[in-house]
Write a protein that binds this ligand. Structure first.
Ligand code: ACO
Ligand code: KIV
Ligand code: MG
Length: 515
């Protein structure tokens, strides 16, 4: 049977402890509403005592967000607990989360309390919180560096005082998985009344182990995991919600546990939190990073195209993304190349594909990523080139102020070199008129456009033209760092397509559509 693990989201409290991530009331409310759509069980909306803004955020979220339990953090001090209760007053499902350290390091250096004093304070504050609300959580801060025997004593006492959830924090991210799982098991086995409370965990990522520690705790019997969207939080952050949730969902076979999170909302929630907090998501971040479902290498892309299960353990749709992204670049192979061309509407023969693929690989050696626009240029230039009647050999243009532009163009037409000169209204017009005279085309130029394709220092200028002849319209593209060369190529590209289609039509074949 699958055990359901409660998801306690603390993006709005511990997440806000990330440097620079503070959120105003409206922003917190927006995130809380999205967390409710995501289906988390508990939202820790803030720390009501810490500021009037946080008090207001807790109050409004508790009253306005439907679904999850809404919680406020409170130190083990009467003024904090009373303030939390005021913020939560009148709301339907609320929790007070109070905490006090149990480690000797904290008790000695920060709290200047004895173990007995701390235990007494913890019990009194849980009892006080219970006078306000039924649902009280207690965290023995720095639990993972506490003496386990004393920790268990405190836990037993606060459960007896009325705490329904005991949250075990690895406050400084010091624990390692087997050890942390062992601690949870020890608590479950040796605290006599542990069965009366949900055992929760709250891990920090200082050693990059927050998710691993939380999963180890689930194996050991933890029933609640505290986590944040995108793993934000104090220092290196907290357990990432999307990772723990997808870890349990994807490996339910192993953990025998799951959550009620609507995983299709994960990407949207992640983007919202990133936008509001200004905390950028690293591209290789599991589940929600830009590259999490992107496949770059030809061998992986080939496998995926044959069957998704070859290289995919989760469907991107399951986290709210539309589809697998095949990144076209120098490591891609023919299968992915052909697939991408088909998506763009090009159905090429084997020969045409191979020809275009060679040019693609050459370009990919020079550019980091190949965009759709690059592929369009490659196909329209390379495929038409295979049946090119007319090839540009060279040209010169003379132009300047007070001078009629003159072009001299050398073409190879059906294998024969031909040279001709002509004039025009500008340098491009001179080249176009000269080519038109040489090829004796009857086509009409419907459109001429210049674009800078892709950005950066490796950008090429692209010229696009549209020609019409005998009721057939074709586009032509030419790319070059010299814009007149790009214009000449675009014109010849379109003229060659007209010739290609005319020839295909004569053969009764319509093999490829290049518009
Ligand atoms: C592990 C965690 O993430 S805990 C949550 C951490 N989050 C925050 O601290 C954010 C919100 N905090 C704040 O706004 C402020 O720190 C406040 C309003 C809570 C307190 O501000 P100040 O009164 O100026 O105290 P300051 O923050 O400098 O020091 C903390 C005090 O709280 C005490 N304290 C800390 N944790 C607890 C606790 N769990 N229970 C009781 N007292 C505590 C400290 O011992 C110290 O007391 P002292 O002044 O008697 O030495
Ligand atoms: C308040 C507690 C749970 C905390 O954030 C921690 O110990 O890290
Ligand atoms: Mg924390």
């Amino acid at each position: 049977m699958t055990r359901m693990i409660r998801i306690f989201d603390t993006t709005l409290r511990d997440g806000e402890q990330s440097p620079g991530a503070s959120m105003n009331v409206e922003e917190k409310l927006m995130i809380a509403k999205q967390l409710a759509r995501l289906g988390v069980d508990i939202i820790e909306a803030g720390f009501a005592y810490s500021s009037p803004g946080d008090f207001e955020a807790v109050r409004r979220i508790a009253l306005e967000v439907e679904g999850p339990v809404v919680c406020s953090l409170a130190r083990a001090r009467p003024e904090d607990i009373t303030r939390a209760s005021e913020a939560l007053k009148g709301a339907p499902r609320v929790r007070i989360h109070t905490f006090l350290s149990t480690s000797d390091i904290h008790l000695k250096h920060q709290f200047r309390m004895t173990r007995e004093e701390a235990k007494k304070r913890a019990v009194e504050m849980v009892q006080l919180a219970r006078t306000y609300v039924d649902d009280v959580e207690f965290s023995p801060m720095d639990a993972s560096r506490s003496d386990p025997a004393y920790l268990c004593e405190v836990i037993e006492a606060v459960i007896a005082a009325g705490a329904g959830t005991i949250n075990i924090p690895d406050t400084v991210g010091y624990a390692v998985p087997q050890e942390f799982g062992g601690l949870i098991k020890r608590i479950k086995d040796s605290v006599p009344n542990s069965g009366q409370a949900v055992i929760s965990v709250h891990c920090h990522n200082d050693l990059g182990l927050a998710v691993a520690n939380s999963l180890a705790a689930v194996v050991a019997g933890a029933g609640q995991v505290e986590c944040t969207i995108n793993g934000i939080g104090e220092r290196a952050g907290n357990t990432s919600l999307e990772e723990i949730v997808m870890g349990l969902r994807t490996r339910r076979d192993w953990y025998g546990a799951d959550t009620k999170v609507v995983t299709e909302e994960l990407s949207k929630t992640s983007r919202l939190v990133s936008k509001i907090t200004g905390m950028v998501i690293q591209p290789n971040k599991a589940i929600v990073g830009a590259n999490a479902f992107a496949h770059t290498s030809g061998i992986h892309q080939d496998g995926l195209l044959k069957d998704k299960t070859t290289y995919e353990i989760m469907r991107p749709e399951s986290v709210g993304l539309e589809q697998v992204k095949l990144v076209m670049g120098k490591l891609s192979g023919r299968h992915a190349f052909r697939q991408r061309l088909e998506e763009l509407g090009y159905k090429l023969t084997e020969d045409e594909t191979n020809h275009a693929f060679e040019r693609f690989k050459r370009l990919a050696d020079q550019k980091k990523e190949i965009y759709e626009e690059d592929l369009e240029v490659i196909v329209s230039e390379e495929v038409a080139k295979m049946s090119e009647r007319v090839v540009l050999k060279s040209f010169q243009v003379e132009s300047g102020t007070n001078k009629t532009p003159k072009a001299t163009v050398e073409l190879e037409i059906d294998g024969k070199l031909v040279s001709h000169s002509g004039t025009g209204d500008g340098p491009v017009d001179a080249v176009y008129r000269t080519i038109a005279a040489m090829t004796q085309t009857k086509s009409k130029l419907l459109m001429f456009g210049v674009n800078a394709i892709t950005g950066g220092t490796d950008a090429q200028g692209e010229v696009s033209v549209r020609l019409e002849e005998d009721g057939r319209t074709v586009s032509g593209h030419g790319a070059d760092t010299d814009i007149i060369t790009a214009a000449a190529r675009a014109y010849l590209n379109a003229l060659n397509k007209l010739a290609y289609f005319a020839a295909k039509q004569a053969e009764g074949i319509q093999k490829v559509s290049l518009i």
